[in-house]
Write a protein that binds this ligand. Structure first.
Ligand SMILES: Cc1cc2nc3c(=O)[nH]c(=O)nc-3n(C[C@H](O)[C@H](O)[C@H](O)COP(=O)(O)O)c2cc1C
Length: 426
């Protein structure tokens, strides 16, 4: 018991601990102690520290229960290289190296180990490393390489096979996937109300950005009667070709009212929640809509903020060069079929979500974007309009066009809307 207790306060080697057990309780206590140590290790609660005498070099911290440290031994004929998924960052006062490939991270205690990491940007043999990182003795070098291997940070130096599953992952995608899903981490996850008592949650309804506000109608008298849901689902297509006769302001009004208005808000002890026609994570409704209007009868060209509670538009600007580029980029994204009559940019007020949720804010926002897009598709189809979701957009350009802070409210989705060229689908 004393030996295990010692591990709570300071690191110790297995032989030091075993010697302590033999001294205190006699050799017969040793098998039981080693059995216990094995189980603690299997439970993923034992870190590993590599020392050079009294000098700590690097340590491995398991991040989940059940993590098994099982590195392959260092070998002279092996070539080492840092994984392209490795990530070096500051955590508190520590320099940590981690990767989405393993549920463990490495704390770099010694600058010479940072040099080792630098050397591993290129394939290196043990001999190369011993020569280039002279500040770490060969024994320590092997042990640190084992730590890196155990945390998924070192790989064989050969070229990665692009036909494998791993070969097709990009660094940022795998990091995002691993950090926004459970597993591989012990980080807080889900609705933890991270900033309760620290900062106020953002209000459910964003204020108009300008005073130039025009109200929209809820229904366009010229719209066809609504069809049964099953028919709308079957008719739904992405329609990229827009007609010469543009969307009307009444059509845009009906579309936004049916797809995206705020039906109401409610004050709770965790801040204001809202209701809209589409479901939204936590009823937070962080998504805002901006309309970059190229051609819409009854609305001047330019950029507008949709006001979902009042059901109006606040005019932000004329068709500035940044607004023109937003529309032009959308035209390129739908394969230059048509310049969208109206480009709807979906932006997220990130702090609505990050105030409440841990580990999943951005993932949740993107899910909400998908839900809103499908709702837009269905409403547009029902109205006989031409809808098309876009797979990407430029968040810096959006910030330039709107003057919004990139970190506070950023564009996260784009949707082209217009009247369909030729016969309406269906
Ligand atoms: C999230 C998402 C992103 C999309 N991105 C694009 C895009 O960038 N350009 C484009 O022309 N179509 C885009 N589309 C439309 C798809 O190409 C289309 O939905 C798919 O080909 C199926 O065809 P359908 O919608 O007509 O049934 C996107 C659709 C979704 C849902």
């Amino acid at each position: 018991a004393a030996a295990v207790q010692r591990l709570f306060s300071s690191p110790a080697s297995e032989s030091e601990l075993a010697a302590g057990v033999v001294d205190a309780e006699g050799p017969s206590a040793l098998p039981g102690f080693l059995f216990l140590l094995h189980h603690l290790d299997a439970a993923g609660v034992l870190g590993r520290l590599v020392m050079d005498g009294a000098r700590p070099l690097a340590s491995l911290v398991p991040l989940v229960e059940g993590y098994r440290f099982a590195p392959s031994p260092a070998a002279d004929d092996r070539t080492y290289r840092l994984s392209r998924f490795a990530l070096l960052r500051r955590q508190g006062d520590d320099l940590v190296l981690e990767s989405p490939l393993a549920p463990a991270l490495i704390v770099i205690h010694d600058p010479e180990v940072a040099s080792l990491v630098h050397a591993l940007a290129r394939p290196r043999s043990l001999e190369d490393l011993a020569r280039e990182v002279a500040g770490v003795p060969p024994d320590g070098l092997c042990q640190v390489l084992q730590l890196l291997g155990g945390a998924g940070l070192a790989e064989h130096g050969g070229e990665e096979d692009p036909a494998t599953a791993l070969g097709q992952w990009e660094f940022h995608d795998l990091l995002f996937h691993s950090r926004s899903r459970l597993g591989r981490r012990r980080d807080p996850y889900g609705g933890t109300f991270r900033f309760q008592g620290v900062a106020d949650p953002l209000p459910a309804v964003k204020a108009p950005m300008t005073t130039e506000v025009t109200m929209l109608s809820e229904r366009d008298p010229g719209s066809p009667p609504s069809s049964p849901l099953g028919d709308v689902l079957e008719r739904r297509r992405s329609v990229r070709g827009h007609a010469l006769a543009p969307l009307t302001r009444a059509q845009l009004g009906e579309f936004l009212h049916r797809a995206a208005r705020t039906r109401g808000t409610i004050a709770t002890s965790h801040g204001e929640l809202a209701s809209r026609p589409y479901p939204g994570g936590g009823a937070l409704y962080e998504l805002e809509i901006y309309a970059a209007v190229d051609r819409c009868e009854g609305l001047g060209r330019g950029l507008y903020q949709y006001l979902p509670a009042e059901h109006g538009l606040a005019r932000i600007s004329d068709a500035t060069p940044a607004v023109e580029r937003l529309i032009e980029d959308a035209y390129l994204t739908i394969d230059r079929v048509s310049r969208p009559q109206v480009l709807l940019v979906l932006a997220a007020r990130f702090q609505r979500v990050s105030w409440k949720y841990s580990s999943m804010t951005y993932a949740l926002v993107l899910k909400d974007v998908g839900v809103m897009m499908q709702t837009m598709y269905l409403v547009a189809t029902d109205m006989g309009l031409a809808p098309c979701a876009l797979g990407g957009g430029n968040a810096d350009l959006f910030a330039a066009a709107t003057g919004l802070d990139y970190l506070e409210e950023g564009s996260v989705g784009e949707f082209a809307l217009g009247t369909p060229a030729g016969e309406p689908p269906g």
